[in-house]
Design a protein around this ligand. Sequence first.
Ligand SMILES: O=P(O)(O)OP(=O)(O)OP(=O)(O)OC[C@H]1O[C@@H](n2cnc3c(O)ncnc32)[C@H](O)[C@@H]1O
Ligand SMILES: [Mg+2]
Length: 203
Amino acid sequence: MTSTPLILASGNAGKLREFHQLLAPLGFDVMPQAEYDVPDVEETGLTFVENALLKAREASRVSGLPALADDSGLEVDALHGAPGIYSARFAGEPKSDARNNARLLEALVEVPEGQRSGRYWCVLVYLRHAEDPVPLIVQRSWEGEILAHPRGVGGFGYDSLFWLPEQAMSVAELPAEEKNRLSHRGRALQALVEALGGAHEPR
Ligand SMILES: O=P(O)(O)OP(=O)(O)OP(=O)(O)OC[C@H]1O[C@@H](n2cnc3c(O)ncnc32)[C@H](O)[C@@H]1O
Ligand SMILES: [Mg+2]
């Protein structure tokens, strides 16, 4: 397994926890971008891919290391895809999960059960270096429904409002290992690690 250090281009504690749980057993020497004083970049892209690229490139440029970025969010059908790429700042700045969740409930207050479908998206971008012309890009989604009241205390972000019909639980009620196995992020990362598989050596 690789022992190449890898910088995680994220300032989100929930994401960093999940990446650590997933990557540490695989032998990746991962560190959060805060250890290299990487500033938060402005997420000016119009797609998850563009934003993930911006974050990975900046982290790799500042640290001189290969970088992995995650741009993710929640797409709600009844809201025509909102909050989407704006999920982290749905209720404005400064970012707050509690205010984002309150805004989501408010936006869906008139929408009955059965019409509250949505999905999480996760786009991962891996760059071997800041000028890498062939970024490795993987995207996965996770289907669910938006609850009318929060349930559970695990996870982060919108997890207490995201209902999984098959599990009959919210993501915030799911054990962390289960979330990592099933989630948009967990499955995208499994695919990315497979794709890395040695063929993508740093240069
Ligand atoms: O950009 P970084 O520094 O990684 O941190 P961020 O929180 O700003 O991250 P994003 O720009 O990718 O926004 C993603 C938002 O989507 C939501 N989100 C993404 N994945 C989630 C998950 O697994 N569970 C709950 N909410 C999630 C959550 O509100 C995140 O803040
Ligand atoms: Mg962000």
